[in-house]
Write a new protein. Structure first.
Length: 241
């Protein structure tokens, strides 16, 4: 569909392995990769509400020269907010037949993204909407407690079992090089390291990952399986006494 509307436009395929219906996973995929996709048009579809009255939208982030296209269900907003202030959002026009279809990615979103890539004005694609009504939330930031500890959240677990948390190395610096990691009733000691191979066998670590965040990791093993933590779980990081 994109090639038919915008022949010659480069298409960079990011991920076709989002678990079915998992909007959170898709939103975090975009949030992690969006800084490397600008400038451009970002088309994303994780759309369990296809065929319903959920809004199809195009969101412009003028400062980053990016337009995000997809369903207004929380998928797009975290990435849009990471790229910068949203300057315009429109609800894509669709016919009654479009609403009954089950392949909006092909029939609605891809043609709209292609038209934008060819220079179409967003106002020509639909009516402007109040950006405050867009669905979703920004990716949470860690909460600093009065005692200096951090309440964090597990954002992501990759296929190697590394558990990324919403804590940057800068956030964790006041805690020292060895910290307590608490999940529920369990407490582990974890050392801040630069590489997985710096950890001993069965030693839990916090690794500075490629997204400027920390991941709870083991050397050549799954930290998620070892600790039992899952995406969305709260994690407390504190100075080791």
């Amino acid at each position: 569909m994109i090639a038919g509307v915008a022949p010659g436009v480069s298409v960079v395929d990011i991920n076709h392995n989002v678990p079915p219906h998992d909007i959170r996973f898709g939103a975090l995929t975009l949030w992690r990769t969006a800084p490397w996709l600008a400038p451009g048009v970002i088309l994303a579809v994780v759309d369990p509400g296809v065929g319903t009255t959920r809004r199809p939208v195009a969101i412009s982030v003028g400062g980053a020269n990016v337009v995000l296209v997809g369903p207004d269900n929380g998928l797009l907003l975290p990435a849009a907010l990471r790229l910068g202030p949203i300057t315009l959002a429109v609800a894509l026009e669709q016919t009654q037949a479009d609403r009954g279809a089950t392949f909006a990615g092909r029939d609605l979103f891809a043609p709209a993204a292609a038209r934008i890539a060819m220079g179409a004005d967003l106002h020509a694609l639909g009516a402007a909407v109040d950006v405050r009504t867009l669905q979703g939330e920004p990716v949470p930031t860690p909460e600093r407690r009065p005692d200096g500890s951090l309440r964090a959240e597990v954002l992501w677990i990759d296929r190697f079992g590394n558990a990324q948390v919403n804590v940057s190395p800068h956030d964790a610096a006041p805690l020292g090089h060895v910290v307590d990691v608490r999940t529920g009733a369990h407490i582990w000691s974890a050392r801040l390291v630069a590489a997985y191979a710096d950890l001993q066998a069965d030693e839990l670590g916090l690794v500075h990952d490629s997204y400027e965040l920390l991941s709870i990791s083991l050397n050549a093993a799954s930290a998620a399986a070892f600790t039992g933590i899952r995406p969305g779980d709260p994690v407390w990081l504190s100075r080791r006494d």
